[in-house]
Design a protein around this ligand. Structure first.
Ligand SMILES: NC(=O)c1ccc[n+]([C@@H]2O[C@H](COP(=O)([O-])OP(=O)(O)OC[C@H]3O[C@@H](n4cnc5c(N)ncnc54)[C@H](O)[C@@H]3O)[C@@H](O)[C@H]2O)c1
Length: 440
């Protein structure tokens, strides 16, 4: 590709700035051309902020369908659309962009449910366009070094045996005042889905496929519909056992992962993004020789949107699916669904169990969080061996098609999802989250 890729950002609130900064860090390779938000003023301010003096200004719009159609008709179609809106709108916006044949970089969590993600994967196959999911912690040098060491055959680290995965964050009532936070129908879950998912995804990226999870969840202190804490034990296909804590009620905050292999302990402790200095390596007694394998580099890639965007530009150059591919992100979303299923039904859940028709495939609260159900009369508790009832319908792409806005031109035959319009659902147009680290 000799020209710079053309990118648009949809949803110009807090995290969109990390995306714009990542694009600005790769001048000559990619250019932000459009900023779209349901709130015109917000889109305009954002477009002004990220326009580069001397270059074509970023164009602000409230209508993604119009931007997709106009750029295509002008012979300058977008190459990439970053979806940075609240989670409730991710599925329909991503479907709309895929249907236009354009690749999507989708903020976490990619969808509200496993069923929605499966629909996007099916749409990828139909349209040939790709979804990449933002899981930026995979792209720091430390994670890549650890993965490479474990992938080596034989691995100098030996087998992974034990892991700890702790997301202990603190979010106060003001944070949950944003209308989309803390609700199953708009955020898809609590700290398991919205916060710990970063660390869970890195755990999976390092250890590979999981096989079984046993979990508990609770509402300890926040007035949310979702959990504010979950805890789980996860068994991996390679035999490793991991303990996972996801919390938003923990005043001393940390994001911490620890991997004990046969020959070393590898630890990461940070909060919202790491450098090489945040990793420590402790060889097992008698294996001090391994220490020289873990070389730290102050200039190495950090875990950031910029590092992931660079990897995405490389993938676009090579004509490859965007990292993290939706099929890889599916592993993480399936584990999240299984964690909730285990916590809410009181049973261990195996990988592959949350298939089509399973209530926890259609929605992360599946058959309902225990605290949302009316208390059972003494002696009438449901039999824990009974499978939960299917309560939520599996969403369809068609269900996301609200109305047609862009009449197809003679040159552009209508495609099945070409006129998906995402409504500004109740509360989603509220003032954007202030741009602070605490918005994560
Ligand atoms: N990867 C990370 O580290 C990270 C950190 C923070 C947030 N996030 C994720 O990013 C997403 C956005 O979070 P935020 O904190 O930036 O939210 P925000 O509320 O600050 O901003 C969202 C913006 O989207 C706009 N919007 C809502 N619906 C829209 C629609 N249908 N079309 C166009 N615009 C629409 C809103 O008007 C608002 O300006 C969430 O999914 C969140 O989980 C990721």
């Amino acid at each position: 590709m000799t020209r710079a890729y053309r990118a648009a950002i949809v949803g110009t609130g807090g995290i969109a700035n990390a995306h714009a900064e990542a694009l600005a860090a790769a001048p000559g390779r990619v250019r932000l051309t459009h900023a779209v938000d349901v709130d015109q003023e917000r889109a305009s301010e954002f477009a002004d902020r990220w326009s580069v003096p001397g270059a074509a200004p970023v164009i602000a719009s409230t209508d993604l369908a119009d931007v997709l159609a106009r750029t295509r008709e002008a012979g300058e179609p977008l190459d990439l659309v970053h979806v940075c809106t609240p989670p409730q709108s991710h599925f329909a916006l991503a479907a709309q962009v895929l249907a236009a044949g354009v690749d999507v970089l989708l903020e976490k969590p990619p969808t509200l449910s496993l069923a929605e993600l499966d629909q996007l994967i099916a749409l990828e196959q139909e349209t040939g366009a790709h979804v990449g999911v933002v899981f930026q912690h995979r792209f720091g040098a430390g994670a890549q070094r650890l993965r490479a060491m474990l992938d080596a055959a034989p691995s100098p680290l030996g087998r992974p045996l034990v892991a700890l995965c702790n997301t202990l964050w603190y979010r106060d009532a003001e944070y949950f005042a944003a209308p989309w936070r803390g609700r199953w129908d708009t955020e898809g879950g609590g700290p398991t889905m919205g916060h710990g998912i970063h660390q869970l995804d890195l755990l999976l990226a390092v250890l590979g496929p999981w096989s079984e999870v046993t979990a508990m969840a609770g509402r300890q202190a926040r007035e949310t519909d979702t959990e504010d804490v979950s805890m789980a034990v996860v068994r991996f296909a390679n035999g490793a056992l991991a303990s996972v804590v996801n919390s938003v009620v923990s005043p001393r905050q940390t994001s911490a992962l620890r991997f004990d292999t046969e020959h070393a302990t590898i630890e990461l402790e940070h909060l919202y993004g790491y450098t090489d200095a945040d990793w420590t390596f402790t060889p097992a007694p008698g294996r001090e020789d391994l220490k020289e394998l873990w070389t730290s580099d102050p200039d190495a890639a950090t875990s950031s949107h910029s590092s992931q965007v660079l990897a995405i530009l490389d993938a676009l150059d090579a004509g490859l699916p965007l990292p993290v591919p939706a099929t890889d992100a599916r592993e993480t979303i399936e584990l999240v669904a299984a964690l909730y299923a285990s916590a809410f039904t009181g049973r261990p859940v195996r990988r592959g169990e949350i298939g089509p028709g399973h209530p926890f495939a259609a929605a992360m609260d599946g058959s309902g969080a225990p605290w949302a159900r009316p208390a059972a009369a003494p002696g009438t508790e449901p039999d824990a061996a009974e499978p939960p009832a299917v309560t939520a319908p599996v969403p369809t792409v068609e269900a996301a098609i609200i109305s047609a806005t862009v009449p197809p031109s003679a040159e552009t035959p209508p495609s099945p999802a070409a006129h998906i319009v995402v409504p500004a659902a109740a509360g989603l147009t509220a003032a954007p989250t202030p741009i602070t680290e605490e918005t994560r």
